[in-house]
Design a protein around this ligand. Sequence first.
Ligand code: GDP
Length: 307
Amino acid sequence: MFESLSDRLTSSLKDLRGKGKLSPADIDATCREIRLALLEADVALPVVREFIKNIKERAKGAEVSGALNPAQQVVKIVNEELIGILGGETRRLNLAKTPPTVIMLAGLQGAGKTTLAGKLAVWLREQGHTPMLVACDLQRPNAVTQLKVVGEQAGVPVFAPHPGASSAGEAQGAGVGDPVAVARAGVEEARTKVHDVVIVDTAGRLGVDEVLMQQAADIRDAVQPDEVLFVLDSMVGQDAVSTADAFREGVGFTGVVLTKLDGDARGGAALSVRQVTGRPIMFASTGEKLGDFDVFHPDRMSSRILG
Ligand code: GDP
């Protein structure tokens, strides 16, 4: 994870080691290197600009303190600024005062929503919850089956329309073609069967499209989720910015889940998305297995990047 960014950043900071006092020229040179490292990592330009501006100001204004040498002080500043752009504090899941808590997943097809539904369910169960999944991706022929498989692996029930059901009221309470009715019926089912968290999987397309957005917005209006999580494939780099913008405008979301971090050497999406959307990164997915998942900790991520 983030190997190339980590290598570049640590080598940018290496040149400062052993220097007794840093001149403004030293700081400028280091900031140029950091800037290049971030651009190579595909971090969005406004985020890079802000980051460099902050580092420069703080490094030039830093008093030489007893405990840290100048190089260590710059590393400390970079670390703190990295934690800042990654969101600062870990943001906890917002749970409904009256259960069930409804969590809706949104994102492009292939981002990892269905896999995430299973991971989140396992994680929630470990926290003492009794989650249930609702299959509202009725666009892709195999999506419902895939969610059922994930549910089985995770050991959590999946609410889905019966194959062949044709109108609301059939199946487990909802028509096969109407994701809004399925979502509504799913939440109702959770209420009667005392599942305290409902995870609603929604349809994704390969690109952003209006029909998809409208459908997601309709589901949102119908079930009034406590959290809408935007699921983002971190491998897309700063393309994340335009996709996230489209989802923010079309559906709105309360938090971000970064997926496929295990394959992301650069970190551009991870470092851009918080700043450009103003929404916290809440969870990280780091592999295909159900256990490859954790709460996102900005401080741990920054330490990892800085080695
Ligand atoms: P959806 O279309 O958004 O529901 O995406 P899926 O859950 O079907 O995931 C698409 C592909 O990405 C599948 O092959 C998953 O196994 C894979 N995948 C999902 N999350 C991760 C992850 O964190 N790391 C890796 N390496 N693969 C992932």
